[in-house]
Structures are given as C-alpha cells and as structure tokens.
Design a protein around this ligand. Structure first.
Ligand code: TRP
Length: 328
C-alpha cells in the first residue's frame, strides 16, 4: 500500500473550510493508503511561540483532528518533536542544500519581507526540514495545498541529489496530492470569496450554537430576486452552497424553489442554515470537548504515534548512515 504523510501546521482552530478541505481528504485517505499525520511543532518555532502557546495548540490540533475522524489505530498521529531521527536527516540534507536555492524559495522571500527582524536559519531551511519529515518515512504521497508546491519540488530535488551524490537509488520522489483538486470550496458568508481564518469569516468546529447562529444571521444578502429563475448573485449563491454542504436535499430544494419563484425570505433560510450547521457541528464539537478534557488519552495517542513514526524513521536513518559512511 502506498504511504501518505502530511504535516499539520499549528494555526488555530479548525473551521468548516478546513473541514471540507484538507480534513475530509485526510479522513478518506485513511481507507486508501497507509497514512501518518504529524503536528509540525518544530516548524512552528520559526516564529518563536511561547511554551504555553505550543502546548495549547498541539492539544487543540490533536483533539480536533481526532474529533473529525482521524483514527490513530489506522493512521498514527504524532508530534514532530517526538521523532528525533528526523532531525538527523535534516542535518544530512542541509549539507547538500545550497544557500542560493534556499534563498530563492518564494515563501522564504515572503517571510523575509514581512518579518525582517527574524530572518532565521530555521526559516531558510524550512524546506530541508519538510523534506526530512517525508523522506524519513520514504512516503509516496504528500497531501498539501498548492502553496506547498515549491517545498515539494525542493523535497524531490533533495531526494534526487542525495541519490546522485551517493550513487544509490535510495529515496523515491514523493508526489504531491493536491488537496484543492479534491476539496469542496466552502464560501464565506460575508458576500464573496472563501471561508478562512484570515478572512475573519470562519465558522469554527468548536463554535457553540449561539455563536454559529450569530455568524449566520449576519450573512450578506440582497433585496431578493427580481425575476423568476434568475442566476443567484455570489452572496446568495454562497448561502445555497452552504445549504448543499450541511442540509438535507429537501431543505436545499425547498429554498431553491422559493428563490426561483421569488417568495424567498432570507431570514428563514438563515435560521434553517444556522440550525443545520449546528446539527452538523454539534457531534464534532462534543467530541472535541471530550478529547480536550482527556489528557491521558491524548498523551497515549501521541506516544503510540511517536513510537510507530520513530521506528519507521529509525529504519531509514540506519540505511542512510550506512550510505553516507557512518555506522548503522
Ligand atoms: N509546510 C506545511 C504547511 O505549511 C506543513 C508541513 C511541514 C508539511 N512538514 C510537512 C506538510 C511535511 C506535508 C509534509 O502546511
């Protein structure tokens, strides 16, 4: 079975956009591939988070991904910093990664521009650490967003270069599995565009009923259709796209017919949508809360994940040491 690995950057709570994007793909991939997921806490150090920050975000990610359906029995989920052999591979890869090519990476240039006081070496070598994350397990496929394509190209370059330098065919080139090609795009309810944390329009999986209702009732609408069966303008289409994601087909058809015959009342649609989003999120929200309050279980999941990932990485590193000329 092909191996899949993906790193999760600790960036706050999951929202519906994440759910129907990356998370649902991860859940489905568990059935089709040998999957491993990890929380990229080493990578997060580039921005110097506090210890409390790290502990909280790691716990949040673990709880939320488990609540969404990552099954740690089938797909180990581990914390990057628990799997030390990856660091050793990071060092080896860094010896064959050149300053010029690392400096040319777009996300590095972007970070260097936006945080000029903190252009650290970790930021520069972000692509080698990411390559080590994946190559340490000799994974075949990496589910990533399009924004990660350059890092994926660097990863393949480092794999090829290692093979060439040591005249071996050891690492294979991991392929990108573009999540956006498989994901449903979740719109924001603020008129246009997609749902996102930075867009400030996100409905989070952990939002309570009142918060969901408040957010949905605020959704942008217009003064209503003026012709029978007219094409829906974007803010209205966005509401219907949400209905399609979380409501029963009859609910969607009911409001769609009302829109088409110009009898729709957006207030009614929003109330129904808020109720359906809540019904969708409630069981996930309850599981998040249950995991959040079960530190023992979270610790067990992380430890089991770390054991499996360490065994897998240690096997690779033994072989790599030998190839390089070190003791296995
Ligand atoms: N760079 C990825 C992101 O920003 C996170 C990540 C770190 C990752 N290491 C990885 C993803 C290895 C896939 C594989 O989202």
């Amino acid at each position: 079975m092909e191996k899949v690995i993906s790193g999760i950057r600790p960036t706050g709570n999951l929202h519906l956009g994440n759910y129907f994007g990356a998370v649902k793909s991860f859940i489905k991939m568990q059935d089709e591939y040998e999957c491993m997921f990890f929380i990229a806490d080493w990578h997060s150090l580039t921005t110097h988070p506090t210890p409390e920050n790290i502990r909280r975000s790691v716990k949040t990610i673990l709880s939320e991904y488990l609540a969404c359906g990552i099954d740690p029995e089938r797909a180990p989920i581990y914390i990057q910093s628990d799997v030390k052999p990856v660091l050793e591979l990071y060092l080896y890869l860094n010896m064959n990664a050149y300053l010029g090519e690392l400096e040319r990476v777009t996300s590095f240039k972007e970070k260097a521009r936006t945080q000029p006081d903190n252009i650290n070496a970790g930021l520069l070598t972000y692509p080698t650490l990411m390559a080590a994350d994946v190559l340490a397990h000799k994974a075949d496929k990496v589910p990533v967003g399009k924004d990660q394509e350059q890092n994926m190209e660097m990863m393949r370059l480092f794999a090829r270069r290692f093979n060439r330098i040591y005249n071996v065919e050891y690492f294979r080139e991991p392929q990108s599995f573009h999540l956006s090609d498989h994901a449903v795009k979740v719109p924001g309810l603020d008129g246009s565009g997609k749902m996102g944390k930075s867009e400030g329009n996100a409905i989070y999986l952990c939002d309570d009923e009142a918060t969901i209702k408040k957010k949905v009732m605020k959704a942008v609408t217009d003064s209503g259709p003026t012709q029978l069966n007219q094409v829906k303008p974007e803010p209205i289409q966005n509401l219907f796209t949400m209905l399609e994601l979380v409501s029963a087909k009859e609910t969607y058809d009911y409001f769609n017919d009302q829109y088409n015959n110009m009898t729709i009342r957006y207030g009614d649609l929003k109330k129904q949508l808020a109720a359906d989003i809540n019904a969708f999120c409630a069981p996930i929200r309850e599981r998040i809360a249950a995991f959040q309050s079960d530190d023992d279980y979270l610790a067990r999941v992380a430890r089991q994940g770390a054991e499996k990932a360490t065994a897998s990485a240690e096997k690779t590193l033994g072989e790599v040491r030998e190839i390089i000329g070190f003791r296995k």
